[in-house]
Design a binder for this molecule. Structure first.
Ligand code: PGA
Length: 252
């Protein structure tokens, strides 16, 4: 079901007590000023998932992980499985973030397995795609993003695909302060929807939430979210302050 979602990707930030403070700050602001018709999703480091899921449940927001193992269970030291994530009460998992692709060498074929693994355990994947600067400058961004979508999502059945959330995050915009223009975001989101429609049909593509990520903040969220095919945001830096984060979630 297509819905508006604003998700905070905390990345590798916050100690336990800082995480607790941020979660309660988010809950307090939502009590006073809940944006209507928007799902607020918080994705803290995995070690805080149980805490986050409890606070989220009591305060009507959602919580998700930033990554998961492609394996079911067993001798994979340091890894965290889909069933473990689901057992904390978390509902979502980010898959294919550009930092995982770059620093942990995650390829689309692996990400396809991770997507299936998440779905098997009833976690909703937030599948990230996006081109690097050289690819945009070479005008190959549509081809790159189209391939990322096809390779990681096209093996899904229609029922499985119906659960997917997509996040378009141009890598040149992540953590750089250089946001995609509203027109660039809309153009790529419409393209992603077209690629999805070719495989899964127009109705299924129109039912898919496609979020924008990359230096999205309280000052620029409104003009990004005003676009027809932009259904919300995946927010990094600006999700680490409760006020900014909820301001972004209120920018529709
Ligand atoms: P940013 O990160 O908002 O700090 O650019 C977005 C992301 O990486 O998801």
């Amino acid at each position: 079901m297509r819905k508006k979602i604003v998700a905070g990707n905390w990345k590798m930030n916050k100690t336990f007590s800082e995480a607790e403070d941020l979660l309660f700050d988010i809950a307090d602001i939502l009590k006073e000023n809940r944006p209507s018709g928007v799902e607020v999703l918080v994705c803290p480091p995995a070690i805080y998932l149980e805490l986050a899921a409890d606070i989220a449940q009591e305060n009507e927001f959602s919580c998700g992980a930033q990554n998961l193992s492609e394996h079911e269970s067993g001798a994979y030291t340091g890894e965290i499985s889909a069933s473990m994530i689901a057992s904390t009460g978390a509902k979502y998992v980010i898959i294919g973030h550009s930092e995982r692709r770059t620093y942990f060498n995650e390829k689309d074929t692996l990400l396809a397995v991770k997507i299936s693994q998440a779905l098997k355990h009833d976690l909703i994947p937030v599948y990230c795609c996006g081109e690097v600067l050289a690819e945009r400058e070479a005008n190959s961004h549509f081809e790159i993003v189209g391939e990322q979508i096809k390779k990681a999502l096209f093996h899904l059945t229609p029922d499985e695909f119906a659960k997917i959330v997509v996040a378009y995050e141009p890598v040149w915009a992540i953590g750089t302060g250089r946001t995609a223009s509203p027109a660039q975001a809309q153009e790529m989101h419409a393209f992603i929807r077209k690629v999805l429609a070719e495989k899964f049909g127009v109705e299924a593509a129109n039912d898919t939430s496609i979020l924008y990520g990359g230096s999205c903040n309280a000052a620029n969220a409104r003009e990004l979210f005003a676009n027809e095919d932009v259904d919300g945001g995946l927010i990094g830096g600006a999700s680490l302050k409760a006020e900014d984060f909820i301001k972004i979630a209120s920018s529709f």
